[in-house]
Ligand binder design. Structure first.
Ligand code: PGA
Length: 236
């Protein structure tokens, strides 16, 4: 199972250090080693962490360059300093709040693929598409995969319906199941679900047939909650 935490614009460098320390010692327990855990802190919290092999620190975003003149952005050089080799691309908050274009998203994908990053590539429909029914949902999500190399061996696809992110209202188990089943026909990579995953619904979501893990925002910002989710994954 893959259990990933997206801090978004939360936590400081100090609190992230504490979080990662706590999580690392938890993951080092022998029997938790088979799960892959990711934490995506803000870039200001990157650090020279001592990590167990099943915990990776990733970037929530970066610009597809080694270095250069892109005010406010970070590139490969800044990530490499901290040995960061995982990235989230296409998150709905970047698509919809930061107005990131498909073109830029594809550029990022190509660049970080060339640099052998683990890529959590996010897709997901807005509410008005969900309201049109499953066919519209599938068409929309498939379109977001256009141009993405689905054979890239470090690809992870996260299905995150926009209307379920940060709202406290997760997609229903049936909606997740139907969508992941359709995606599975096209995508060999691991499939995650994200959108209001909490300790209380982690078990049911991870029990869905084509669900290989979860990408968690809000509920993961408390390390005790996140540890609980990893534990649930392990107990399945
Ligand atoms: P959420 O965020 O868990 O707060 O809904 C999920 C995400 O954005 O990945």
């Amino acid at each position: 199972m893959i259990i990933a935490s997206n801090f978004k614009t939360n936590h400081t460098s100090t609190s992230t250090l504490q979080y990662v320390k706590e999580l690392s010692s938890f993951l080092q327990k022998e029997d938790l080693k088979k799960h892959q855990v990711y934490v995506f802190p803000p870039a200001t919290a990157f650090n020279f962490f001592e990590l167990p092999h099943n915990l990776k620190i990733g970037a929530q975003n970066a610009y597809p360059v080694i270095s250069g003149s892109f005010t406010g952005e970070i590139g490969l050089e800044q990530l490499s300093e901290y040995n960061i080799k995982s990235i989230i691309i296409g998150h709905s908050e970047r698509r919809h709040i930061l107005n990131e274009s498909n073109e830029l998203i594809l550029k990022k994908f190509e660049f970080f693929k060339e640099n052998r990053f683990d890529i959590i590539y996010c897709i997901g429909e807005p509410k008005e598409i969900r309201d049109k029914g499953l066919d519209a949902v599938i068409e929309y999500n498939f379109a977001q995969l256009d141009g993405i190399d689905l054979n890239y061996e470090r690809l992870i696809v996260a299905y995150e319906p926009v209307w379920a992110i940060g709202t406290g209202v997760s997609a229903t188990l049936e909606q997740i199941d139907q969508t992941l089943t359709s995606l599975r026909k096209k995508v060999k990579a691991s499939l995650l679900y994200g959108g209001s995953v909490k300790v209380e619904n982690t078990k049911d979501i991870l029990s869905i047939k084509n669900c290989d893990g979860v990408l968690v925002g809000t509920a993961s910002w408390d390390v005790e909650n996140f540890k609980q989710m990893v534990k649930i994954a392990h107990e399945l």
